[in-house]
Write a protein that binds this ligand. Structure first.
Ligand code: ADE
Length: 226
């Protein structure tokens, strides 16, 4: 799998050197190509934005550097090209799984008041929002998408269980986890987890999942058994 990320702030992506994601990239499980949109500006000051037609606050990213960056990076349109925007369809685990099936994903990050609509018409396949709030730009949103998708790439996580039992993969929130010590500041690990009876453990975990989902996210249960 390959990710192309188009941005005017390439330094945002230094975090990709850290943790499991950093290790996975280093060992070639997937690759990330960070493209500076400014490199495709033909303006003598490498400008990438201008004032909006019709007036209003802020600046809009101009079409030419963006289109040239997208087409220069993906000349045969092999990538699924995604524009991160609060107007997009909302990211959830189902969308993540759908994106994880792609061979190549391109994330286009807008800033300021967004990008010229013609870029979307000409070049973009999908628009994704990471939630009902507005960020200063698409960079953090693209990192969220990349991280969530990368967890499905072979060899990124340690065990295949990790994506199958976690919150949202079953429409239930995950049961509580405990590790050593068996007692901490007077709080004991539930007895059932210590006795090695896997059937009972599975039952306890399912019941806990159901309980926590009912309490915190009853909307998820509408999609599952009540
Ligand atoms: N850009 C600004 N806000 C965003 C959001 N919520 N999701 C995706 N991209 C964004």
């Amino acid at each position: 799998m390959n990710f192309d990320i188009l941005t005017i702030f390439p330094e945002y992506f230094d975090v990709l050197k850290s943790g499991l994601i950093g290790k996975a990239i280093e060992s070639g499980k997937f690759s990330v190509n960070i493209v500076n949109i400014r490199d495709f500006s033909q303006d003598k000051h490498f400008k990438t934005d201008d004032t909006p037609y019709g007036g209003g606050a802020g600046m809009v990213m101009t079409p030419d550097p963006l289109v040239r960056a997208i087409e220069g990076t993906d000349p045969n349109h092999n990538a699924k090209r995604i524009y991160l925007s609060p107007k997009g369809r909302t990211l959830n685990q189902k969308v993540v799984q759908e994106l994880a099936k792609e061979e190549r994903l391109m994330f286009v990050c807008g800033n300021y008041e967004g990008i010229d609509e013609r870029v979307i018409e000409l070049c973009i396949d999908d628009e994704i929002s990471i939630g009902d709030y507005v960020l200063t730009g698409g960079e953090l949103a693209s990192l969220v998408c990349l991280n969530a998708v990368a967890r499905y790439i072979d060899g990124v996580l340690h065990s295949s269980e990790s994506t199958s039992e976690e919150s949202f993969s079953t429409n239930l929130l995950e049961y509580p986890q405990y590790t050593r010590p068996a007692e901490y500041r007077g709080l004991k690990v539930p007895e059932v987890l210590l006795n090695g009876n896997h059937k009972e453990i599975a039952k306890w975990r399912y019941e806990k999942s159901l309980e926590i989902t009912k309490e915190r996210r009853p909307d998820l249960l509408d999609k599952d058994e009540k």
